[in-house]
Design a protein. Structure first.
Length: 106
């Protein structure tokens, strides 16, 4: 059971780190967008509008990915937790097949 908890913690840390980095990118882009307010002219306004649109799309995409990934992550964790020996056997079989294929290559 301790390994499952450690694996879950590691997966959660990776996922949280990826989303926090993406969030930081979005926030930095918003800051740049606000800082570009000093620019004048039609081109500057067009640029700000495009960047604003892309930021909104990125925020929507992040939310969508998070919502879509959560059920898959939970289902995988439930299966692995409920079928640990089957998971080990499948992993070992996959490793054996990959090993044989790589062995033939050389």
């Amino acid at each position: 059971m301790a390994r499952k908890t450690t694996a879950q913690n590691t997966a959660d840390q990776i996922k949280d780190q990826a989303f926090s980095e993406l969030q930081a990118l979005i926030e930095e882009s918003e800051k740049l967008l606000n800082d570009s307010a000093a620019l004048v002219g039609e081109e500057a306004e067009s640029l700000r509008a495009q960047v604003g649109l892309k930021l909104k799309q990125a925020r929507t995409a992040v939310g969508g990915v998070r919502d879509k990934a959560q059920p898959v992550v939970e289902a995988t964790q439930d299966y692995i937790g409920g079928h640990p020996w089957q998971t080990v056997a499948i992993s070992a079989g996959f490793g054996l097949v990959v090993g044989l294929l790589l062995g033939r290559r050389n």
